[in-house]
Design a binder for this molecule. Structure first.
Ligand SMILES: Cc1cc2nc3c(=O)[nH]c(=O)nc-3n(C[C@H](O)[C@H](O)[C@H](O)COP(=O)(O)O)c2cc1C
Length: 331
């Protein structure tokens, strides 16, 4: 068992978080994460309406009696999203943990706080983490350049981002992006984080409600098979490198190209189809470099237990053995 400021804050056993994942963060996965003693987030906007989100929360509660949360991703969308109503659905459902992401959560903080909700804000830059701290969030999840989804535009990998965050932030934080095994967890804790957040690694679990072909693709792929799209629009997204991602990058390189030129290729409905039907080149889907460290498709419980057990072994055996070796050599 590893106990940190973060596990104390959110009331779960292990310092491992499953971040919001569009089309993936449903009750099947989130309840499995909760039952394994880690913290899972349902993805609010995966549900088409606030009412559907309330039902999904109720469905998740039937599958676990452990704490879980809801991710609220605040991004500019083509179709306006009724964020206030999603927030109300979360509060009315009695959920006490929220992961905000995508934008400044200022508007939502007082309402969540008044309802006793713990807010973990996910961001990609230390300056944004510090701002969120000033605004009153309870914890931060900081995504390095390695991460799936939106790594921001600064391109700072975790090895630099995590210790700088640890030096500057007072509230607990989890390190995100590139984590998938015990070595990553121990490294994050050594760098000053209070836990890790994982996305891609949780996709390749038995309970993740996506097609087996996608899970197998993550096992087969190596660390080089991700692509950064939307760079030219300053809205960078790391996705799995498939023919559609290559096409989007090729179009982006054409002088004068705009979002309209790629819009059809990156449509959310096509990405959803990839995940649900397993047609790997039908659209784009988020995946991180950590896919190079994914070699199997365990249950969530097996994955979480493996990470925690091996992390303890690294700390108590591998690292301790190095000290003992030094002592023995000095004698
Ligand atoms: C398929 C997929 C969908 C994602 N969708 C969202 C999302 O809707 N909102 C969000 O805040 N983060 C989203 N993320 C990012 C994850 O929550 C997490 O921050 C990221 O995956 C961490 O990097 P990793 O994949 O290297 O572990 C998504 C990630 C994946 C893999």
């Amino acid at each position: 068992m590893l106990r940190t400021r973060f596990t104390d804050l959110v009331g779960v056993k292990h310092p491992i978080v499953q971040g919001g994942m569009q089309w993936v963060g449903r009750a099947e996965l989130v309840s499995a994460v909760a039952n394994a003693g880690a913290l899972g987030f349902l993805t609010g906007l995966t549900q088409p309406t606030p009412e559907a989100l309330a039902k999904e929360i109720a469905r998740c509660r039937e599958m676990t009696d452990q704490p879980f949360g809801v991710n609220l991703t605040i991004l500019p969308t083509i179709k306006p999203v009724p964020y206030d109503e999603y927030m109300d659905a979360i509060i009315r459902s009695g959920v006490k943990l929220v992961e905000t992401a995508g934008n400044n959560p200022e508007k939502y903080i007082p309402v969540f706080k008044a309802a006793g909700v713990i807010i973990i804000h996910k961001c990609t830059a230390v300056r944004h983490a510090l701002k969120a701290e000033r605004l009153g969030v309870d914890a931060v999840s900081i995504d390095g350049f390695e991460c799936a989804g939106h790594p921001g535009e600064d391109d700072i990998p975790g090895l630099i981002l995590i210790p700088i965050t640890a030096d500057k932030l007072k509230i607990p934080f989890v390190a995100s992006g590139g984590f998938g095994d015990a070595r990553g967890l121990v490294a994050a804790l050594a760098l000053g984080a209070d836990g890790v957040n994982m996305g891609t690694r949780f996709m390749a679990t038995r309970e993740a409600p996506i097609h087996d072909a996608v899970k197998q693709r993550l096992v087969d792929a190596d660390e080089r098979q991700t692509a950064l799209i939307f760079r030219t629009m300053r809205n960078t997204a790391r996705v799995h490198k498939n023919s559609i991602a290559d096409k989007v990058i090729e179009i982006e390189r054409r002088p004068g190209s705009t979002f309209k030129d790629v819009q059809d290729f990156v449509a959310g409905v096509k990405g959803r189809h990839v995940l649900e039907a397993g047609e790997l080149d039908h659209g784009i889907f988020s995946a991180g470099m950590v896919q190079g460290l994914i070699h199997d498709i365990p249950t969530v419980k097996e994955l979480v237990e493996r990470i925690v057990d091996e992390a303890e072994a690294i700390i108590t055996r591998r690292l301790q053995a190095m000290r003992e070796r030094a002592v023995a050599a000095a004698e």
